[in-house]
Design a protein around this ligand. Structure first.
Ligand SMILES: CC(C)(COP(=O)(O)OP(=O)(O)OC[C@H]1O[C@@H](n2cnc3c(N)ncnc32)[C@H](O)[C@@H]1OP(=O)(O)O)[C@@H](O)C(=O)NCCC(=O)NCCS
Length: 160
């Protein structure tokens, strides 16, 4: 198996993310249920890279960039909660890469001094079986179900 790595995204990664975002299964299970236009995506992407409350990583399988993991800090009164999103290119699925990427994400976050997260949370459509299995396998707990989304959470250890 190739070695998976995560690295922070830059402007050149916009097309990879656009391709995954507009796949039918991504649209179906997204919060809006709608595709985005190329122009909307590129504006969104540029703002994302400048936003101190968000981080985007690219997943590489040793040969190609194959997906992404994103964390958006949620504006909550207690604790630093990061909302996780994840996506893998179709041709690279079927190897449980996403659950491994979530493990790598935890390690990356422990090392980051400018982006503090205490708890990661994901909202997953309950028909999105691949995603539900991914978060379970990565050790996330199901803390709530509010039709049609399951909320998954994991507490990040403060020990370094
Ligand atoms: C979710 C996603 C990242 C998982 O990618 P992946 O790591 O390649 O996942 P896999 O294809 O290896 O599937 C993970 C598990 O789900 C199972 N699975 C996948 N599709 C399935 C289906 N349609 N029905 C039943 N099980 C399915 C796999 O067999 C595997 O099971 P296992 O853990 O028992 O081996 C990928 O499907 C994706 O990018 N989806 C579109 C974007 C998305 O929905 N993101 C999540 C939103 S939070």
């Amino acid at each position: 198996m190739n070695e998976l790595t995560l690295h922070l995204a830059s402007a050149k990664d916009a097309s990879l993310i656009f391709g995954i975002r507009n796949l039918p299964e991504s649209i179906k299970f997204s919060g809006t249920g709608q595709p985005v236009t190329e122009n909307e995506h590129f504006v969104w992407f540029e703002n994302l890279l400048k936003d101190k409350g968000r981080r985007l990583w690219i997943l590489n399988d040793g040969i190609d960039d194959i997906g992404f993991v994103r964390v958006d800090l949620l504006d909550e009164a207690v604790g630093q909660i990061g909302r996780v999103s994840i996506g893998i290119k179709r041709e690279s699925r079927g190897h449980n890469y996403a659950s491994q990427a979530l493990g790598l994400l935890t390690l990356q976050l422990k090392d980051m001094r400018d982006f503090y997260v205490e708890r990661l949370r994901a909202f997953v459509h309950f028909d999105n079986i691949a995603s539900v299995k991914t978060f379970r396998k990565a050790g996330y707990a199901e803390v709530n179900t509010e039709n049609p989304f399951v909320t998954f959470e994991i507490l990040l250890s403060n020990e370094s």
